[in-house]
Every structure is written in structure tokens, then in C-alpha cells.
Design a protein around this ligand. Structure first.
Ligand code: SF4
Length: 305
């Protein structure tokens, strides 16, 4: 059966002819939106405890973290190739020689075929791109530039410390160096509540040189400014069904060329304060496919160039 949307696992399988697994490591970076360079306190929803891998990996070398990740992953998936994912904080926020040491330690592992580098639009520059372009000749290098919302007003409210235009210029810089780039957005921020928001996001991304996209529902996590706002001035949160419908609208209007890396988030129950949907990620993906099949929808059905 043809896939209803352009899934990342299938994209990797088509590219490599075999399963390629992503494993998350902690690079030991911080974030300019936390250390005062760009801002203080970080994005209002951010609690890095919600990212993998477990904090007990902190302090281990990159090689040891990769070996640990491979061992854990082999319990579920048989794979011979791995992409190392630097997810926590801003993973290009360090002088180039420091980055080179960290990235190259990961790439020296015999089972690693590439890197996925999660970062902010204001943490990339020409020098970094020239270096990544060199690596890209031998390895699979991808950048993940966080955007979170396509509205500057929302970016201000969530204290992102960059604009939509900053994101576009970082993306164009990466494209000039042929680095595959993805982005990350959140659905459910209280300032992005117009009914056609998912369609606007799909149209916006479809026009950009984006290779991948990740979306997840807003999570209100403890120890965040968003949680404080929510406690003092509760705002409406998406229901599970509303979110599911938003994703259906989003996919139906998104260019079929864009690869979907993720459409749902799970945060550790110990820090998740709202919404509590009690739905597993696998259940969400099954329901999404079912809903799109029943409605005879697929990624890009309403997309026009
Ligand atoms: S979400 Fe990312 S950019 Fe924002 S404060 Fe957290 S680590 Fe920094």
C-alpha cells in the first residue's frame, strides 16, 4: 500500500536500502536563549528534561553514548547504520573547533553514517556551513532549525529570541551549501488558534527549501514559565481530536516532497502537567492513517504549487 504521508523511516529505507536508526546523544551544549547571550529563561515551554536521552547519560563520552544508544535500540530494531541526533539545547552553539571535535567523534564510530543537528536559526553561520558541507560529502548531515510558530507575534510571546525572517535566512544559508534541513513546530500555542493555522503552516513550509518537518502538540511542562502562565491564567488547550484534525489538515495541504519526521510528542509523565490525553504515540499514528484513509486523503492532496 502506498504511504499516506511521506514518512522518514521510508525515506531512509529508500535512501540506504536498509533500516537506519536515529540515536540521541547529549553533546554538552547550552543555549543562547538561556545563558543571556540572546535571552534569559529560555523559550517559555522549554524543559530540557523532556528530551532524550536519559539525563544519566550526561557526562559519558559521545562514543559511550552512541554504544549505549545502539545497544538499547537493538532491543527493538535491527539496524546496521545509525544517525546520531544532537537534540538537547542548541547543538551548534560553540566555537567551530569544539563542534568539530564533538561531531567528528560521533562520525568516527564505525556504525554511524550521519548526524542530525538540532539548533536555533541564530546559531549557524557561513563558516559552520562550509564545514558541514565538507562533512556532507562523506556523511549524511542534516540540520534541524527550530521555528515553533510561523507568526512573529507568537515567537515574541514564547520568548524565542528570533523572528520568522531569521529562520528563513538560516534555511537559505543551509540550502546554499546543500545541507538538508528540517524544522520543528508546535501546534496548540494559544496565540496560533485560528482554524486555518495548520493550512497556513503547510503552505508556508511548502514554499521553502525544507526537506523534513517535525510537529508536536503543545505540552505544558513543570518548571517552565508556560506552566506558571497556565496556572495563573489557564488558556484553552487542544483536545486530542482537535489535534488529530489539525494534523490531517496540515498533511493534506503540505507538499508531498517534504518528509515527515514526527507528528506527536510524549513527555515524561513526571513533568507533563497538561494536556493529559493518555494516548500512546503508536495509537496516534494508527488513528491518523485510519482517519486519512476513511476520508480518502493523503499528503499534498490539496497542495498547489
Ligand atoms: S527550546 Fe531550544 S532554543 Fe528554546 S530555550 Fe530550550 S534549548 Fe533554548
Amino acid at each position: 500500500m502506498a504511504h499516506i504521508y511521506n514518512q522518514y523511516t521510508q525515506y531512509l529505507k529508500a535512501k540506504y536500502g536498509e533500516r537506519v536508526q536515529k540515536i540521541t546523544v547529549i553533546g554538552g551544549f547550552t543555549c543562547p536563549n538561556r545563558d543571556g547571550t540572546k535571552g534569559k529563561g529560555g523559550c517559555i515551554y522549554c524543559n530540557n528534561e523532556s528530551f532524550g536521552p536519559p539525563q544519566h547519560l550526561e557526562g559519558l563520552s559521545i562514543t559511550d553514548q552512541i554504544n549505549h544508544g545502539i545497544k538499547t535500540s537493538l532491543r527493538r530494531y535491527k539496524a546496521n547504520k545509525y544517525i546520531v541526533y544532537f537534540q538537547t539545547y542548541s547543538n551548534s552553539y560553540a566555537p567551530l573547533p569544539v563542534l568539530q571535535k564533538i561531531y567528528e567523534e560521533a562520525l568516527a564510530h564505525p556504525l554511524v553514517c550521519g548526524l542530525a543537528i538540532g539548533t536555533r536559526p541564530d546559531c549557524v553561520d557561513e563558516k559552520l556551513m562550509i564545514y558541514l558541507a565538507e562533512l556532507n560529502q562523506h556523511y549524511d548531515i542534516t540540520l534541524e532549525l527550530g521555528l515553533e510558530s510561523i507568526a512573529d507575534n507568537t515567537l515574541l510571546k514564547i520568548n524565542r529570541g528570533h523572528s520568522v525572517a531569521d529562520f528563513i535566512s538560516a534555511l537559505n544559508l543551509a540550502q546554499r551549501h546543500n545541507i538538508n534541513t528540517g524544522t520543528h513546530l508546535i501546534f496548540g500555542l494559544p496565540w496560533d488558534n485560528s482554524p486555518d493555522y495548520p493550512i497556513s503552516v503547510a503552505k508556508f513550509l511548502s514554499k521553502l527549501p525544507i526537506t523534513f518537518v517535525k510537529i508536536h502538540q503543545l505540552h505544558v511542562l513543570e518548571k517552565t514559565p508556560l506552566h506558571e502562565i497556565f496556572q495563573t491564567n489557564p488558556f484553552p488547550l487542544l483536545t486530542y481530536q482537535q489535534y488529530l484534525s489539525m494534523i490531517v489538515d496540515f498533511l493534506s495541504n503540505l507538499s508531498p516532497r517534504i518528509v515527515i519526521q514526527r507528528l506527536f510528542a510524549e513527555s515524561p509523565p513526571a513533568i507533563l502537567r497538561a494536556p493529559i490525553w493518555d494516548k500512546a504515540m503508536s495509537f496516534f499514528y494508527q488513528e491518523l492513517e485510519k482517519k486519512m484513509l476513511v476520508k480518502k486523503l493523503y499528503q499534498g492532496i490539496y497542495y498547489t504549487e
